[in-house]
Design a protein around this ligand. Structure first.
Ligand SMILES: [Zn+2]
Ligand SMILES: [Zn+2]
Length: 353
């Protein structure tokens, strides 16, 4: 079968023939990749940065955000059948450790991430455990591959009361944009997004929702936020940019006893924070990874199914579609920072069979 493979310890991937995987355990399913959205994580692995060097073993099939069809099921698989189209959680969890048994499977002690610690879905077929599958009843397939990053946005905001409060999202990458959308439909008093990239600002401007978009290089974020919030400040801040300067700037405009939810990863792990100010302000920090299994998937499903998240708005995030083998074009566009979510299409491969 064809796959997008990391074959060398350097920048790039290769379009390659590899051995088709087979079910080896009774709880596994074999899936056929239909579509996949490209994640920042994929770009890190493509570039072969320090983080990916520490996580990925070569040779490695990349990709994790997926719309797929089940083509074979193991003997113990229940509730899923051949021909069904599904999405997948990407944190593969053990179901038996302390975290899994206490409602925190997203930080499973034996966790392996699809497309990072084990071969991913940028291939014609892959074999995965049934416990990561998510049913798509009533959900437009077009949005299935972005349910994983949408889940990140929902999860990040889930730690705070949003209703009637002033929300600031720092960084309007696809997850930041989805977080702004989630905050808006969750009843925030005001939603403000801080972003410096014009392409992303334009993408967000097309949304049919009432939000403030500020480019902090052009406009003074602090005085603008004070105007928007009647000098109250921000109640809930979501840091999605991975820029420590932007984080500190955001902390300055927090109201006391507000919530700071951080999903971003930073180029350097050690960053400076004005700790005494944060103590006196009584701020609540929440660090966030992954999605709650499967609470956030359920919220995302219902919002998609019931049309709370509209196609008109979501289509603004889905900016490009490429054939799987044209992945080099994807990373060129990502390098230029001129994209929302890019979708890789694998369906033309299946037709050949
Ligand atoms: Zn992802
Ligand atoms: Zn576990």
């Amino acid at each position: 079968m064809k796959a997008i493979v990391k074959t060398k310890e350097s920048k790039g991937f290769e379009w390659k023939d590899v051995v088709e995987p087979n079910i080896t355990k009774p709880d596994q399913v074999k899936i056929k990749t239909l579509k996949s959205s490209v994640c920042g994580t994929d770009y890190h692995i493509y570039k072969w940065d320090e983080w990916s060097q520490s996580q990925v073993r070569i040779p490695h099939i990349n990709g994790h955000e997926v719309l797929a069809e089940i083509v074979e099921v193991g003997d113990q698989v229940k509730g899923f059948k051949v021909g069904e189209v599904i999405a997948c959680e990407t944190h593969i969890y053990c179901s038996t450790c302390y975290q899994c048994r206490t409602g925190n499977a997203h930080v499973c002690e034996n966790m392996s991430i699809l497309g990072v610690h084990q071969d991913g879905i940028w291939a014609e077929f892959q074999v995965v455990p049934q416990n990561i599958l998510w049913k798509l009843d009533g959900i437009e397939h077009r949005y299935a591959a972005i349910m994983e990053p949408l889940g990140n946005a929902i999860h990040t905001l889930s730690y705070s009361e949003v209703r009637g409060r002033h929300v600031l999202i720092i960084g309007a990458g696809p997850i930041g944009i989805m977080a702004a959308y989630v905050a808006y439909i969750s009843g925030a008093a005001t939603v403000t997004v801080s972003e410096v990239n014009q392409y992303r600002i334009d993408m967000l401007s097309k949304f049919d929702i009432n939000i403030n978009i500020i480019n902090p290089i052009k406009i003074n974020l602090e005085s603008e936020i004070m105007k928007i919030t009647d000098s109250h400040g921000i109640d809930v801040m979501c840091e999605m940019s991975g820029n420590d300067k932007a984080l500190r700037q955001g902390l300055n405009i927090m109201t006391s006893a507000g919530d700071v939810n951080i999903l971003a990863l930073y180029p350097k792990s050690m960053i400076e924070l004005p700790i005494n100010d944060l103590v006196f302000k009584n701020l609540k920090f929440q660090f966030v990874t992954g999605r709650k299994l499967f609470d956030t998937w359920s919220v995302a499903s219902q919002w998609l199914k019931q049309g709370r998240l509209t196609s008109k708005n979501l289509n603004n995030i889905l900016t490009h579609v490429f054939k799987a083998e044209d992945f080099e074009d994807v990373f060129k566009i990502m390098e230029e920072n001129k994209c929302g979510k890019i979708v890789l299409d694998f369906t033309y491969l299946n037709k050949k069979n």
